[in-house]
Design a binder for this molecule. Sequence first.
Ligand code: KIV
Length: 267
Amino acid sequence: MADEREPLTVPRFTKLKNSGRKIIMLTAYDYPSAAIVDRAGVDGILVGDSLGMVVQGRSNTLPVTLDHVIYHAEMVARSVRHALVVVDLPFLTFQLGASKAIESAGRILKETAAQAVKLEGGSEQAKLIAALVDAGIPVMAHLGLRPQSVRVRGGYRVERDRDRLLADADAVQEAGAFAVVLECIPAAIAVEITQRLDIPTIGIGAGADTDGQILVFHDLLGYSPDERLPKHSRKYADLRSVISDAVQRYAEDVQTGRFPGPENAFS
Ligand code: KIV
């Protein structure tokens, strides 16, 4: 678990766009998982409001609060030595205007060791992004499928409006965002945006040609009570089976007297 790499700052993260290699991001929500992900060599860890679904078991991200993300971000950022830690601004913690957004994002930076926030939104949030950056708060933007807009869209849908996506990408860069997540958009539009912007594009369901990729920790590891996997994801392990198998073997050992053994007992 030794990791001699320097901590990644926001400017160094942005420079990875022209480094000739892909930027690797993953979500994480607690101390041990973030430590393992960090030491495994990712560039960025997102404490996503996806925690509402994969950790809290809710059907969408809307109920996630600022206190929830701060609780998780504090643990994550305390365990990380190298990766840039970015924290999602949950639903209604920034949409009410610049002062509310600065207050919310400011709490994240003051109460955790995270370096930046992420917010869902394009042109309509450009002024707000600029206000946050002016206040000293680095912002990662998030375009395409925006889970916090699930009620407006009536579900989770691929965003195919090319003109809107290009305008949004220009607007968030112009406003000072240091990177942008592109979620579930056609690969060809993601290429166009990636070539057009100076800041890195981090794709999820946006094809292979963005500057980097991000996945949700639980999807990558098969760490979920059900087997469904989003189309844009890939399962690299099956923790559901690993955990279930371990628990069953433990129960069997207790029932048959094989656990605890003499080595586990005190005299
Ligand atoms: O909340 C989250 O995990 C995200 C990623 C899927 C980009 O926004």
